[in-house]
Design a protein around this ligand. Structure first.
Ligand code: OAD
Length: 294
């Protein structure tokens, strides 16, 4: 197995270096670029975006992005699988995010989502969300697919976001599936559907539930008809969302992963930018604008 290491140093010395561009070829030809931040230079980190990626982006007609909980981590919204802070480290998905859990204890499930709703409502879009919102105006066709239910992409100004797992701020009838914008507070927890009296639930996709058809079709289409596909802030372990980067690869797109950690998909990506989305994406946007003279 050939491993070539190239170390580029920025700044005066390694200690003050703001970014170390460490390119290692992971078997399968993935180039891993490790971004090491220097907290003292948080506001103007130097992240080098691979030239080959910039060249492909310069000619790209269509760019598709898939995001996960990692994109909202810098907004203070916990991810799911972080060993310490992840939601699934503290709570069991079986008890809170399945139709069976809701039938078993609807109040427990409702109150847990209410807690997350308040947390999300208090969060603000971070530089990653804002950079993606700007990127939609740079490319002829740009698709943003998210597994996140927090609505932070839309609050950052992203349009036509494909929400694969629903949105926590919406409520629907657990029987009819209709979205309920408001209902009288009768003290019931969960509240009841004003039209059929069934329990209301958050409009999110729970494990073992079917994916929303239209969104899944749009996501597959956007993933198999793009020049560059970014997989950002997702552990790529939850399907069918995790199959989208693979489908993009199969359809000939250049696939780039942005994640501080290695994921099951890293070795398949052409470039893996190992850094925080809130650091890497604003620099990518800066480089895109510079390359287009805007
Ligand atoms: P996970 O919590 O599984 O993964 C979050 C990923 O984000 C990890 O790979 C982290 O390394 C990475 N990450 C953390 N901080 C980051 C940062 N600042 N910038 C970039 N990446 C960062 O969350 P998802 O992959 O989104 O589904 O999980 C997928 C689905 O599983 C969710 O939509 C949810 C969950 O169960 C349902 O509940 C149906």
């Amino acid at each position: 197995m050939a491993v070539s290491r190239r170390l580029f140093r920025f700044g005066r010395s390694l200690r003050t270096a703001t970014a170390v561009y460490l390119s290692t070829l992971i078997p399968g030809e993935t180039e891993l670029i490790v971004v090491v931040e220097d907290p003292k230079r948080r506001n103007n980190p130097v992240v080098t975006i691979p030239v080959e990626l910039m060249e492909v982006l310069a000619a790209a007609e269509c760019v598709t992005v898939l995001t996960g909980a990692g994109v909202s981590a810098e907004s203070g919204v916990p991810t799911f699988r972080d060993a310490q802070t992840g939601l699934w480290a503290k709570f069991s998905p079986e008890e809170l995010a399945t139709p069976r859990a809701f039938r078993r204890d609807p109040r427990l499930v409702w109150e847990w989502y209410e807690w997350r709703r308040i947390l999300v409502a208090g969060a603000l879009p971070n530089p990653a969300h804002l950079a993606l919102a700007e990127m939609q105006n740079i490319f002829h066709r740009f698709h943003l697919i998210t597994q996140n239910v927090d609505g932070l992409h839309q609050r950052a100004g992203s349009r036509n976001v494909i929400e694969l797992h629903g949105n926590i701020s919406r409520t629907k009838c657990s029987e009819e599936g209709t979205i309920i914008s408001s209902c009288k507070d009768t003290g019931n927890i969960p509240p009841k559907c004003p039209s059929c009296g069934a329990l209301l639930r958050p409009d999110v996709v729970w494990f073992e539930e079917p994916m929303p058809e239209m969104e899944m079709r749009q996501a597959t289409d956007a993933s198999t008809h793009c020049n560059v596909f970014f997989s950002i802030g997702t552990s790529t372990v939850v399907y069918p969302a995790a199959s989208l980067p693979v489908e993009a690869l199969r359809s000939g797109a250049m696939v780039v992963e942005i994640n501080p950690q290695v994921t099951p998909f890293t070795a398949k990506a052409r470039f893996a930018l190992a850094g925080a989305a809130g650091v890497v994406l604003p620099e990518l946007l800066k480089a895109l604008k510079a390359s287009r003279g805007t």
